[in-house]
Design a protein around this ligand. Structure first.
Ligand code: NDP
Length: 286
């Protein structure tokens, strides 16, 4: 059994990103990220703080736009529209969840698809489904990079994804399908989940249920990727019961230190990719 060290892989990618950012700076391009944060969800506060910190470390110019539930939807949309036309901003993210008094899908729909570095908008999801991938959602992309880093072949493998959310399960299924995997997606209404997951060569779990997946759900030698982040008694645990599953799996990701660090890194990688396009466009104008 091998533990896939998401922290280490992510640090290596960040080193490369830093070099690319240095090169961009020589060409007077500083990658820019606009972050829209609405409300005061404690988990979102932590995620945004981490994103700002990592941006600072890498040399990305992050601008935070904070809104409360007293702001109007129009005010939030106005900020997004300003960021859409700001030539120094390469990516825009709307931190999820947006309080339920607003329509999150409507707000996200105002993000220019070219700057949709989260890849959550309908346009980017459509590109992904039609095999014309552009900006890939950060968590699925992070999982793909982890598998690539460990030289794990996806083609022809049976991947079972438990959880069909728009930010993890659904885009991930398309991403892996595009790479020749046979993909099964399970959700709450799935019957005989255990029988299904036991067929998986690669089992990916994103349900938000602490320690839900135990050894009975896992085939001998399977690769197990745990996306879940759950707080239990002040500790972070995944959706997979690591202690019970790790002996059975050939590879497994820990929580914390697995998929989590990859998500921020791949988001910022999307920002840098867009900044590179800006730099090339600047070059062609000169
Ligand atoms: P959502 O709540 O949006 O979706 C959860 C999905 O899991 C749904 O498809 C739901 O099914 C399914 N589900 C829930 N319980 C069960 C069950 N008992 N059996 C089968 N399916 C089930 O969650 P997210 O995708 O946003 O997040 C999932 C987890 O991943 C969370 O812990 C979150 O914190 C974490 N996460 C971690 C990230 C990282 O970077 N590591 C990034 C994003 C999320 P149904 O559709 O039928 O309701």
């Amino acid at each position: 059994m091998k533990i896939i060290d998401g922290k280490k892989i992510s640090q290596e990618i960040r080193k490369e990103l830093k070099k690319e950012i240095e090169k961009l700076k020589i060409k007077n391009v500083i990658p820019g990220l606009g972050i829209i944060l609405v409300g005061n969800d404690p988990a979102s506060e932590i995620y945004v703080r981490n994103k700002l910190k990592t941006c600072k470390e890498l040399g990305i110019n992050a601008q935070l736009y904070r809104f409360t539930e007293n702001n109007s939807e129009e005010e939030i949309i106005k900020a997004i529209k300003e960021l859409n036309v700001d030539i120094n901003i390469d990516g825009i993210i709307v931190q999820s969840p947006v309080p339920s008094c607003f329509c999150e899908d409507k707000i996200i729909s105002y993000v220019d698809p070219k700057k949709d570095v989260d890849g959550f908008g309908i346009v980017q999801l459509g590109f992904l489904l039609s095999k014309q991938e552009q900006k890939l959602a950060a968590t699925p992309l992070g999982i793909l990079k982890m598998l690539e880093y460990e030289n794990i072949d996806i083609e022809g493998k049976h991947v079972v994804i438990v959880g069909d959310s728009l930010i993890v399960g659904r885009p991930l299924s398309a991403l892996l399908l595009n790479r020749g995997a046979t993909v099964t997606i399970a959700h709450k209404k799935t019957i005989n989940l255990k029988e299904l997951t036991r067929q998986a060569d690669i089992l990916i779990v994103a349900i938000g249920q602490p320690n839900f997946i135990t050894e009975e759900y896992v085939k001998d030698g399977a690769i197990v990727i745990d996306v879940g982040i759950n707080r239990v008694d002040g500790h972070l645990v995944g959706d997979v019961d690591f202690n019970r599953v790790f002996k059975k799996a050939s590879y497994i990701t820990p929580v914390p230190g697995g998929v989590g660090p990859m998500t921020i890194t791949m988001l910022l990688s999307n920002v840098v990719d867009e900044a590179k396009i800006r730099s090339e466009l600047n070059g062609s104008k000169n």
